[in-house]
Ligand binder design. Structure first.
Ligand SMILES: Nc1ncnc2c1ncn2[C@@H]1O[C@H](COP(=O)(O)OP(=O)(O)OP(=O)(O)O)[C@@H](O)[C@H]1O
Ligand SMILES: [Mg+2]
Length: 283
């Protein structure tokens, strides 16, 4: 296991053979909030000097306790929230707003209830003015990719939570983003559906060669999916450590992986970093 602290030159210590797709460079963010009596304003320093790279075709997970700024950071990368300092770079160029190069998958699928599954997947392409025939074809192809081609004409309320998340993923993939930002996309699902979708995500990611920044609370999920894990500390959110996951690329299924001593070692390490006292046995 390779561990680097925030104080080391993170970029410089990694092998240079892969291209950096997404660069987060010393990003800081402070919110102005009302004080408890509502009369004055105080400052909430949420993120301070966050720096890490996501290389091409890599999955990097952000993990850290609730409120440490994971969603805030993802929104900043997405370009929908402004940061106070630092830079977000895509392919080496600073970006300052949203773009087609970055797709977003939310914790809840947030599909449009009046549109069918296919029409939800087509939504982004429609906004871009893509020809109806072409976008229908693309949507069908993506529905196949997420295993839901049989459900194209169904409405969101006729789909299970797991199916809705798949549609959310297909919708994000439809605009062919080179970077996918995923904010706890599977956390509302039961353990079994979650494991199925984790496997699917790895398959789809390998197929589409997408670079993914993935937020999760779930240690096992982070270790299973990621090439690297960025552990954030809270108040303000700072990079505590960046952990290289050694078995990325040749991952056996999660239940098998859980049995390996290396997996348990990393799990224990992250658990301690996040500040919990004792680690519960996995159920
Ligand atoms: N628009 C906002 N205005 C003011 N404060 C905000 C705003 N958005 C988030 N915050 C605050 O910033 C902190 C970080 O929030 P954020 O949603 O990024 O945390 P998180 O790490 O995603 O937490 P969780 O794991 O619970 O999803 C919280 O204290 C939150 O209350
Ligand atoms: Mg969040």
């Amino acid at each position: 296991m390779t561990i680097m602290t925030n104080d080391e030159e993170i970029v410089g210590t990694r092998p240079a053979h892969r291209r950096v797709k997404l660069g987060v460079r010393k990003v800081s963010k402070t919110f102005r909030i009302r004080s408890e009596d509502g009369k004055t304003q105080t400052h909430l320093n949420v993120l301070r000097d966050i720096s890490f790279d996501v290389e091409e075709n890599e999955i990097v997970s952000l993990i850290g306790e609730s409120g440490c700024g994971k969603t805030t950071l993802l929104r900043i990368v997405q370009g929908l929230m402004r940061h106070d300092a630092g830079a977000i770079e895509v392919d080496g160029h600073a970006v300052s707003g949203p773009g087609r190069d970055r797709g977003f998958v939310f914790q809840q699928a947030s599909l449009l209830p009046w549109r069918t599954a296919q029409s939800n997947v087509e939504f982004g392409l429609e906004i871009q003015g893509v020809d109806p025939k072409i976008r229908a074809e693309r949507a069908k192809q993506l529905l196949r990719l997420v295993g839901l081609d049989q459900a194209a004409t169904r409405y969101p309320h006729e789909l299970s939570g797991g199916m809705q998340q798949r549609i959310g993923l297909a919708r994000a993939m439809a605009i062919d983003p080179s970077i996918l930002l995923m904010d706890e996309p599977f956390s509302a699902l039961d353990a079994q559906t979650r494991e199925v979708l984790q496997r699917e995500l790895l398959r789809i990611q390998a197929d589409a060669k997408t670079t993914i920044l993935f937020v999760t609370h779930d240690l096992d999920e982070a270790i299973y999916l990621s090439n690297r894990i960025v552990v954030l500390g809270a108040r303000p959110g700072r990079v505590k450590e960046i952990i290289d996951v050694p078995f990325a690329g040749e991952r056996p299924d999660l239940p098998v992986l859980r049995g390996s001593p290396e997996f348990q070692e990393i799990r224990q390490h992250i658990w301690q970093l996040i500040g919990n006292q004792s680690m519960p046995a996995h159920t």
